[in-house]
Design a binder for this molecule. Structure first.
Ligand code: ADE
Length: 228
C-alpha cells in the first residue's frame, strides 16, 4: 500500500514512523511519501496562500500550487482523498474498504482551507475523522494511514484484526495478563482454565456486555442490519 501525502507540514508525520508502522515501513509493506506543497510555489518568498475573495477570516491555499504538487505524483489509478470536516466520517468499515486500494493520495488542508477549484479538479472523496474541527488535515491523515495500514497483509496478525473492536460491529472483550492477582483483583477464573470453548463463550458474552454498556448504538445498528 502506497501513501502519498500532500502537506505544508511534512515534519508532522514523524509519529507514524514509529512502532508497528515503523516496522511496516522498514519492511516495505507500506510506503509513505511526503510531498511539501510549498516546494511547488513559484513565488520568491515561497508563499502558498492568499486572502479569500469576498473577504473574511484567514488565508486560503492557492489552487495552482496544490495542483502542481499533485501533478508531481502522476498516477491515474490512485484515489485522492481530501481530509476535511465536511467529508464522510471515517469508521472501521470505511477503513477496511480503503485498505483495498493500492495507492492513496492524501491532501491536507491548513488555515481556512484550499481553493475549491483544485479540490473539484483532483479530489475523489472527502474524509472527516469526526464532527469537530482541527487546525489542519495532518492529524486526520495520520489517523487514516494508521487505521488503514493495519489491514495491509503482514502489518499485524490476522487474529488481531478478527478479534478487535468493531469487527462484527461489537466492542472487544477485556484483556488480562500476569500477575494473576493485582491490587487484590484476580484474573477471571475461566481464562486460567485452559478450556478453549468456555473462554470463547466468555469473551463473546463480555464483548456483547461491553457493547451494550458503552455503545448500545452499535447493537441497534446490528439489529437494523439483520432486519433489512
Ligand atoms: N481538518 C480539520 N478538521 C478535520 C476533521 N475533523 N477531519 C478531517 N480533516 C479535518
Amino acid at each position: 500500500m502506497k501513501f502519498d501525502v500532500l502537506t505544508l507540514f511534512p515534519q508532522s508525520f514523524e509519529p507514524i514512523k514509529q512502532s508497528i508502522l515503523g516496522r511496516a515501513l522498514e519492511k516495505n509493506l507500506i510506503s509513505l511519501n511526503l510531498i511539501n506543497i510549498r516546494d511547488f510555489s513559484k513565488d520568491k518568498h515561497k508563499k502558498v496562500d492568499d486572502t479569500p475573495y469576498g473577504g473574511g477570516a484567514g488565508m486560503v491555499i492557492k489552487p495552482d500550487v496544490v495542483y502542481d504538487a499533485y501533478k508531481s505524483i502522476e498516477d491515474k489509478n490512485a484515489k485522492v482523498i481530501y481530509l476535511s470536516p465536511q467529508g464522510n466520517v471515517l469508521n472501521q468499515k470505511k477503513v477496511e474498504s480503503l485498505s483495498k486500494e493500492e495507492h492513496l493520495i492524501l491532501l491536507c488542508g491548513h488555515y481556512e482551507g484550499i481553493d475549491q477549484r483544485v479540490i473539484d479538479e483532483i479530489v475523489d472523496e472527502e474524509v472527516s475523522i469526526g464532527d469537530y474541527v482541527l487546525t489542519g488535515g495532518e492529524i486526520p491523515a495520520m489517523v487514516l494511514i494508521d487505521s488503514v495500514s493495519r489491514y495491509v497483509e503482514g502489518v499485524i496478525t490476522k487474529e488481531s484484526i478478527e478479534e478487535e473492536s468493531f469487527s462484527n460491529n461489537l466492542l472487544e472483550y477485556p484483556h488480562y495478563t500476569r500477575p494473576e492477582v493485582f491490587l487484590d483483583k484476580k484474573v477471571p477464573e475461566v481464562l486460567l482454565s485452559g478450556h478453549h470453548e468456555n473462554i470463547r463463550k466468555w469473551r463473546e458474552e463480555q464483548s456483547l456486555k461491553n457493547t451494550y454498556q458503552k455503545r448500545p448504538d452499535l447493537l441497534k445498528e446490528n439489529n437494523d442490519m439483520i432486519k433489512n
